[in-house]
Design a protein around this ligand. Sequence first.
Ligand code: ACO
Length: 433
Amino acid sequence: MPKDTLTITDNRTGKTYEVPVENGCIRTNALRQIKVGDDDFGLMGYDPAFLNTANCKSAITFIDGDKGILEYRGYPIEQLAEKSSYLEVAYLLLNGELPTPKELEQFVHLVTHHTFVHENVKSFMDGFRYDAHPMSMLGSTVAALSSFYPDAKNTKDELSRRIQITRLIAKMPTLAAFSYRHTMGLPYIYPDNDLSYVANFLAMVKRIGTTTYKVHPVLERALDVLFILHADHEQNCSTTSVRTVGSSEVDPYSAVTAGIGALYGPLHGGANEAVLRMLREIGHVSKVPDFIKSVKSGEGEKKLMGFGHRVYKSYDPRAKVIKRVADEVFEVTGKNPLLELAVELERIALQDEYFVKRKLYPNVDFYSGLIYEAMGFQAEMFPVLFAIPRTVGWCAQWEEMVLDSEQKIARPRQIYTGQKRRDYVAMDKRAAK
Ligand code: ACO
């Protein structure tokens, strides 16, 4: 009868150990019993960048990277993108089940009525330089929210957690729109509770000199779908940051700020901004082969931005949906001139041995920037447009972590490679270099 265990023989000592296998994992803490002597600390796992280490058990999002499958609470992303709304998905991620009509109505009402921010938040944002990057403004302002809601410290209190989560989801579009208006030198527009989550955001961004600005329904739905696609993605860099910072039992505004910081990087949520820069740099379809060549040669450490993924080793299922959304948006806005370039880049890369061998396919960020640009957003807003919907994923994962009795403060080990202990050298005894 096969056993769910792993037998390890330590060739240094000849001793054999049996450690349990659970969910396809061993607990690396079980390796600590493996020692060469009494003063040995015990065997550890070394896994820079967590390539093969599960940090938690999670019931929120499932990904099969080889098959290109993404599911929220068991529901395929394609079905959610086609049939649901962002706030319905937000409810699902937070509560585990799709809402009934009544539950959805209550949730939408709750979120809608928390969209306003304290007037001091507005003055706080005024303090940023005129050319501040909107993602820096967003991160700093979300951090500042923890000073407005000191009750957020009660992370063990369910009611308090849920109020902060509602505030975060509701206020994120307002703060994002304010960041945009600040960089454009435009007055802030207050939320309009009669509009949907997405239409309200677009109105706060776009409305100038009119109270009757109307969002095009195709663009409203397109952004709603993009928000669904970006809502969660299990233990990615920003979510891991939120969980890690949150594990110190700090308030969720501080934890989510860490997520915004991680998302800002060009290897994560900043990639769609980088894709647009890359496409502009390439400039013309005829230059695509040269660009691919320079990426492959590693010259200037160039990467094909919007390609590749730690988890997906096939087509990112979100990228497939985004391509369809792009067509719908371009029907309304006219084609983004960079689209032709992106399509050619994808075509060439997908047949190139370098990319094929490494299983590099377009990820969610390859086409999203083109859509955002067609909708009138400048590239600096792209990571912000990612942070708005990802907030619910961060919050769901944060709450799951808070409620997980197995979790403790996150604190990895290290392999020390520095100097051996030595005595302090007086200033006048140090040799000049
Ligand atoms: N262009 C060229 N080569 C690439 C790319 C790329 N976009 N991505 C990976 N590679 C190469 C690597 O150089 C490496 O080659 P090697 O085996 O010869 O050394 C190989 O493919 C494996 O790549 P890793 O860096 O090991 O993959 P990792 O899982 O660490 O990185 C990442 C994943 C960060 C997404 C990477 O593919 C990348 O930098 N992509 C471009 C940035 C991007 O689009 N990020 C958005 C990701 S989606 C998101 O965050 C929402």
